[in-house]
Design a protein around this ligand. Sequence first.
Ligand SMILES: *Cc1c(COP(=O)(O)O)cnc(C)c1O
Length: 370
Amino acid sequence: MSKPVSAIKVRPEAAGFTPYSPGLSIDEIKQRHGLAKVVKLASNENPLGASPVVRDVLERKAALVFRYPQWGYPRLRLAIAESLGVDPLRVVAGNGSDEIIDLLVRILCRPGKDHVLASRPCFSVYGSQARICGVDFRQVDLNPDFSLPLDRLAKAADENTALVFVTSPDNPSGVAARTDELEALARALPPRTLLAVDEAYIHFVDDEQRASLLPRLANLPNVALLRTFSKAYGLAGLRLGLGVLPPELADIALRVQIPFSVNLLAEEAGIAALADDVFFNETIRVTREGRAWLTAELDALGCAPVPSQANFIMFTPPMDARTVFEELLARGIIVRPLTSYGLTDKIRVSVGRMDENRAFAAALREVLGA
Ligand SMILES: *Cc1c(COP(=O)(O)O)cnc(C)c1O
């Protein structure tokens, strides 16, 4: 007997959807290579783990998870607004900043009419959320030095450009845009176009000329900033991100977002994380120190690291990148090959603790026979 085939009709955008391609998990690698210890430097997570203050709050609040959270997470919104010095009416939180990206596409883009513009390569979620909505996704190549093509983005935008995404510092290059140039892009765009600046890695910047657009936001009515608790705040597994939006968009976003996508523990953890300066400052210190050390090591190994303002470094090994990736895996080091970004000769390594950075450099030296 042949199995019945369903006649259920699926939207073509869903049937042909390419899912997010995540880094490999520690358990997968341990199993595959029979390793007891694995160093994961693949997903730009916090090398210090989660803050002890936040862990304590999570334990204390665990008993409350039978309750629904408060609608609209008002305490978290207030804490974010106070921490950033912005009007609470501008603040939206989400299930990771991925949810804010998705919300912006759904709020702003008319399928078949409007389009989203970003660089090539760029963080894949901008394109995937546009495509699942049936919205055209257009890209402008990065400059040869991996800086954002801000002039060419401005030129490529027209009255059907609903949304422009830029990432600064950029993933996977670590290159940050000049703040005044981002501001110039915002002013050059058609008035209807929202410029969403993804500041997932902004906390790691040490070049003042490439800082956040946040202090200039009051004068830029068409700019939104996206940030996340996944990196500098060490909460990737809890899923919490935020957007600082023009107030009228924040109001709509709060109304259309899936109810309770910010869960009760994420709200509590976010509030605690924002108040924990000790953990945050130590994260920034360890990251900047490790970044300088790793950059020098990669340089010495002939790997042409791109100077980074983020918590990861992109480099070009002097032999096949796929082989280097596999050989590092066999030695218990997980890094990120950049095939999914179309950068087949490059690898991205997250900055870890110094013991992890040293283990990575030693393994790479062995692989390269250096
Ligand atoms: C890691 C990252 C994010 C954060 O995603 P979450 O959904 O908040 O975990 C956003 N944008 C970029 C470019 C990133 O690399």
